[in-house]
Write a protein that binds this ligand. Structure first.
Ligand code: SF4
Ligand code: SF4
Length: 205
């Protein structure tokens, strides 16, 4: 497969996996009955969230036609460069980890599923968590996407780009450079009209 078709395939495959993942998260969240508190974006208030270059391909794809100043990922240093006015500026193409955070599970040392929760939700749900982790609520917990499984589904689409993990601004710039390297034919690609839209960061509400 040539470079162009490999990029085209990656962009399509990542979005397809994210579509499946979003459905799974929505189903889990509706059963588990919790959501991010309105207006919270604490998990975006870190400039060095690590993601893979591969995870940034869809955003870089959408941003490629914007003037350099508009698609700059330079950050003031206090938050993710895409966190703007309390919302994610690249919500539709936010990386896998951003989708999974606090709506996913992992295996503990005993091999049992346990929730991966941020401090804010851990505090909010502290009364409900024991129920969610045991008894009848265990069935609900099993609906939560496994963080390793879904991260790996994306990462294995391209081993090199999937393994290359960097702070998000650097990962995004590398993904953009990767696409620009193929720039001779990028101009012939259809523009994704959903580029750089702002949507509420809050999930599963
Ligand atoms: S996962 Fe939700 S509740 Fe937790 S810090 Fe992020 S936005 Fe806030
Ligand atoms: S990409 Fe969006 S969701 Fe992810 S950390 Fe940045 S602002 Fe938050």
């Amino acid at each position: 497969m040539d470079h162009f078709h490999h990029l085209l395939n990656l962009n399509t495959q990542i979005r397809r996996i994210w579509g499946e993942l979003d459905e799974k998260i929505a189903k889990y969240a509706s059963e588990a009955r919790y959501s991010c508190p309105s207006g919270c974006g604490t998990c975006c208030e870190y400039p060095d969230i690590e993601v893979s270059v591969l995870d940034c391909i869809p955003t870089a794809w959408d941003l490629r036609r914007l003037p350099p100043i508009s698609k700059s990922t330079k950050t003031s240093g206090s938050s993710c460069p895409f966190y703007q006015g309390g919302s994610c500026g690249v919500y539709a193409t936010r990386p896998t980890l951003c989708r999974l955070f606090s709506f996913s599970s992992r295996r503990n040392k005993s091999g049992e599923a346990e929730l991966v929760l941020c401090g804010r939700l851990r505090e909010t749900l502290k009364c409900d968590l024991p129920e969610l982790a045991a008894g009848s609520a265990k069935d609900i917990l099993l609906l939560a996407p496994m963080i390793d499984e879904w991260s790996s589904r994306v990462a294995t689409l391209d081993f090199t780009l999937g393994q290359r993990r960097l702070p998000i601004a650097a990962a995004m710039e590398e993904a953009s450079a990767y696409l620009e390297h193929a720039g001779a034919y990028l101009n012939t690609m259809p523009q994704n009209t959903r580029a750089y839209e702002c949507e509420d960061k809050s999930r599963a509400q």
